[in-house]
Design a protein around this ligand. Structure first.
Ligand code: ADP
Ligand code: MG
Length: 167
């Protein structure tokens, strides 16, 4: 488990960038938190880690926005308007999750029961200033990513809490 404080939008993006680099181009990252919690902003940072500098549109109506960034395939899901997880079958979601890609999923609660276990579950909440992010690993890959992240000097003062790396 790791908690970070992200005082402004710039830090939110910078943290997403760090997370993106730690992921090494693959994995499932679920982004929970209410509307306006900063999920898409964090996703923008992850995309920046792979060289995507432009805007990031929320795939609210299409459910998923695909990106090809060098060797990395990244799928940005937004399940806010998902009525039934069956819709994920119709759009070929199962294949996307089976690929060795990087999947970012906003509103994972809408796909509960259908979505596979995340490597990292991020929960974003409003803080006095900015946002707080809580990250939990669900797999060995996720744990390795959190270890790499907690050793990241760029995180500095934003880090509130992190599990000690096991010896
Ligand atoms: N750490 C932060 N501190 C302050 N404002 C932020 C932070 N992260 C994001 N925001 C702002 O919050 C608003 C909503 O962000 P967004 O990423 O669209 O949320 P979500 O995708 O969770 O609905 C945006 O205006 C964004 O600039
Ligand atoms: Mg969003």
């Amino acid at each position: 488990m790791m908690r970070v404080r992200l005082d402004d939008e710039e830090r939110q993006v910078a943290f997403g960038d760090c997370l993106g680099r730690a992921l090494g181009g693959h994995g499932r990252v679920y982004l929970a938190g209410e509307l306006g919690a900063g999920k898409t902003t964090l996703a923008r940072g992850v995309l920046r880690a792979y060289g995507h500098a432009g805007a990031v549109k929320s795939p609210t109506y299409t459910l998923v926005e695909p990106y090809e960034l060098g060797d990395v395939r990244l799928y940005h899901f937004d399940l806010y308007r998902l009525g039934d997880p069956e819709e994920l079958e119709f759009i070929g979601g199962r294949d996307l999750f089976a690929e060795d890609a990087l999947c970012l999923v906003e509103w994972p609660s809408r796909g509960e029961g259908w979505l596979p276990v995340p490597d990292i579950a991020v929960t974003l909440s409003l803080a006095e200033t900015g946002r707080e992010a809580r990250l939990e690993a669900g797999t060995a890959h996720g744990r390795a990513v959190l270890r790499a992240l907690s050793a990241e000097p760029a995180l500095g003062a934003t880090l509130l809490e992190a599990e000690r790396a096991s010896p």
